[in-house]
Design a protein around this ligand. Structure first.
Ligand code: NPW
Ligand code: K
Length: 479
C-alpha cells in the first residue's frame, strides 16, 4: 500500500525527528536523495548545465544543497533566487563553495540561463506553499516550458496544493518529483498529480502514524481482498448479485453491467428489468426474472441505475433491500437522499464528476478541481461509500477513514459503457462479501488494469474491458 500524509502530519513527524538529530541533518538527507535522482536523470553529471529555481524557504535550501553536490561532480550549476534576501543561507554558501553561481530573477538573464539548461530543479516552494506561482515566477515558468530541459520538482511541483491536489493558478510542470518522507495527497490526486510527472520517494526517516490521509492499493493489497471460493462453496455462499439496470432505450447498459458482474467473483448474477432478452442472448448463465427486485429471489447485493432511464420505482425498491446496494448513473439522480441515508446495509455510490456535481449542487469544475473534498463531502452527506470516477478515481467511506486513490486508471477508460462494467464488477465483489470500500477500490483497480490490457495503446470498447477483467484478476493474484 502506498500512503500519503497531510502537511500537518508531515510537519509533526519532522519536528519529532529534528529534535533527535543534529541541526541540518534532515535537509542533508533530502538533498542527497534529490542530487542522486538528478544525477540519474542527467545520466552524465560532468559538464551538464543545471539551473536551480530557489524560493524563500527550505524547499529552496534542498535545491541549493543538491546543486552543490552536482557542482562538486562537475556540473555547471546556476541558482536563480526568487527572493534573494530570504534564500537559504547555508545552502547558498554551500553552492558558492562548490563553484556554483547565482543569477538574479529579474532582467531576463535568468530566462536565458533556463533556456540553455539540461536540467531545471524546481525549489520555488514545497509544503509551505499556498496558491499558485507568484507573479515573479511566471516568466521563469514560461521559460522552463519553452526549454528542452528535464524538470525535477523538489518535494512537490511548485504552485500545487499539497493537501488537496488543487491547482489554483499557475504551477510548474515536472517530469519527476522527488518527495521526502512520504507522498503528499497532491502527488496522487488530479489535477496536481498531472504536474508531478513520475514520483520518487526519498526516505528521510520520518515516523508517521498508522492511519494515512490517502491510500493507493497495489497488487498485493488487492490480491488479499479478492474472494477465493472454498471447496464447499455453492452459488449462494459465493454470493448472488442482482442487477437492476437497462431500459427499452438502453438495453446495452444492462448487458455491460452483467458482463462486469459475471467476472467479479459472485456465484450467480440475477437480472431484473426490461432488457432480459438482450442479457440472456449474450450471457445465457444469467438468471433473468421479469418481476421487480422484490420478486427476484435471494441476492446478497444489488446494483441499480445503469441505463435505468426514469424508473424511480425500481431504484426505491432496491434501496429498501437489506443487502449492500451500489447506485450508479441514472440511479444517482433517481435515488431519494433520505432513503439512501436511512439504509442500514452498506451503500456504494459511483458518480463521475458531472453526477457528483449534480448531487452536491455545484458546478462540475468545482468537483474536478477539488476531487478530494467532493468525495469526502458526498460520503458524509449520504452515509455511503462514494467512488468518484475520473482520471484519478477516489473512494471515500462515510466514517472518514483514509480515502483510497486508484493507481491503475487510464484515460482509455473514458468510453461509453465502461462505468456500467465497473458497477457490475463492484456489485459482484459486494455480493462475494467484501466490505464496501474494498469492493469499490478492488473493482476500480481491476477495471483500470483491464482497461489498460484492453486498450494496449489503441482504443477499446467497454465490452473489451469486461473481457479483460479475468486477465487483470490473474495478474493481480499471481504477482
Ligand atoms: N518536512 C520535512 O520533513 C522536510 C522538509 N524539507 C523541505 O522543506 C520544505 C518546506 O520548507 P518551508 O517550510 O520552509 O516551506 P517552503 O515550501 O520552502 O515555502 C517557503 C515560503 O514560501 C512562501 N510561499 C508560499 N506560497 C508560495 C508560492 N505559491 N510561491 C512562492 N512562494 C510561496 C511562503 O512565505 P511567504 O512569502 O508567504 O512569507 C513560505 O513560507 C519541504 O517542502 C521540503 O522541500 C526537507 O528539507 C527536509 C525534511
Ligand atoms: K518545489
Amino acid at each position: 500500500m502506498r500512503t500519503a500524509y497531510s502537511v500537518e502530519t508531515v510537519r509533526a513527524a519532522e519536528r519529532e525527528l529534528m529534535a533527535r538529530l543534529p541541526e541540518g541533518a534532515l535537509m542533508q538527507r533530502a538533498a542527497a536523495g534529490l542530487a542522486a535522482a538528478c544525477a540519474d536523470v542527467l545520466g552524465r553529471v560532468y559538464g551538464s548545465r543545471v539551473v536551480l529555481l530557489v524560493g524563500s524557504g527550505d524547499n529552496g535550501g534542498d535545491a541549493l544543497y543538491a546543486g552543490a553536490r552536482l557542482a562538486r561532480r562537475g556540473a555547471g550549476v546556476s541558482a536563480v533566487l526568487l527572493a534573494p534576501e530570504r534564500a537559504h543561507g547555508g545552502g547558498l554558501a554551500a553552492l558558492r563553495r562548490a563553484g556554483g553561481r547565482v543569477v538574479g530573477a529579474d532582467g531576463g538573464g535568468a530566462e536565458a540561463v533556463v533556456g540553455r539548461a539540461d536540467l531545471v530543479v524546481d525549489g520555488i516552494v514545497g509544503i509551505g506553499g499556498t496558491g499558485g506561482l507568484r507573479p515573479n515566477a511566471v516568466p521563469l515558468a514560461d521559460a522552463v516550458e519553452r526549454s528542452r530541459a528535464v524538470v525535477v520538482a523538489v518535494d512537490l511541483p511548485s504552485g500545487v496544493d499539497a493537501d488537496t491536489g488543487e491547482v489554483r493558478g499557475r504551477a510548474l510542470r515536472a517530469d519527476l518529483t522527488v518527495t521526502f518522507g512520504t507522498h503528499k495527497p497532491g502527488l496522487l490526486v488530479d489535477p496536481a498529480r498531472e504536474y508531478a510527472g513520475s514520483v520518487r520517494l526519498v526516505d528521510i526517516g520520518l515516523e508517521l502514524p498508522a492511519s494515512a490521509e490517502l491510500e493507493a492499493l497495489q497488487h498485493a493489497d488487492v490480491a488479499r481482498m479478492l474472494p477465493v471460493p472454498a471447496a464447499e462453496s455453492d452459488k449462494y455462499r459465493r454470493g448472488v448479485v442482482g442487477i437492476a439496470a437497462g431500459s427499452a432505450r438502453y438495453p446495452g447498459a444492462a448487458v455491460l453491467a452483467v458482463a462486469g458482474a459475471l467476472r467479479g467473483g459472485a456465484g450467480a448474477v440475477r437480472y431484473v428489468g426490461p432488457a432480459g432478452q438482450a442479457v440472456i442472448a449474450r450471457f445465457p448463465e444469467t438468471l433473468v426474472s421479469d418481476g421487480g427486485p422484490k420478486h427476484a429471489g435471494r441476492v446478497q447485493s444489488w446494483v441499480v441505475g445503469p441505463g435505468a432511464g426514469d424508473d424511480a420505482a425500481t431504484v426505491a425498491e432496491v434501496l429498501a433491500a437489506e443487502v449492500p446496494v451500489l447506485i450508479d448513473a441514472d440511479g444517482l439522480r433517481l435515488a431519494e437522499a433520505s432513503a439512501v441515508r436511512a439504509r442500514r446495509a452498506p451503500t456504494v455510490m459511483t458518480p463521475h464528476a458531472g453526477e457528483a456535481a449534480a448531487l452536491l449542487g455545484v458546478e462540475r469544475e468545482e468537483v474536478e478541481g477539488g476531487r478530494l473534498a467532493a468525495v469526502r463531502e458526498l460520503a458524509g452527506r449520504y452515509g455511503a461509500t462514494v467512488l468518484l470516477k475520473g482520471s484519478t478515481t477516489l473512494i471515500a467511506s462515510a466514517g472518514g477513514a483514509a480515502v483510497r486513490v486508484n493507481p491503475t486508471g487510464t484515460s482509455w477508460l473514458a468510453t461509453a459503457g465502461s462505468g456500467d462494467v465497473l458497477s457490475g464488477l463492484a456489485g459482484s465483489l459486494l455480493a462475494a462479501g467484501l466490505p464496501a470500500v474494498d469492493a469499490a477500490s478492488a473493482a476500480a483497480y481491476l477495471h483500470g488494469l483491464a482497461g489498460r490490457f484492453a486498450a494496449d495503446g489503441a482504443p477499446a470498447g467497454a465490452h473489451d474491458v469486461a473481457e479483460e477483467i479475468a486477465g487483470a484478476w490473474r495478474s493481480v493474484v499471481r504477482a
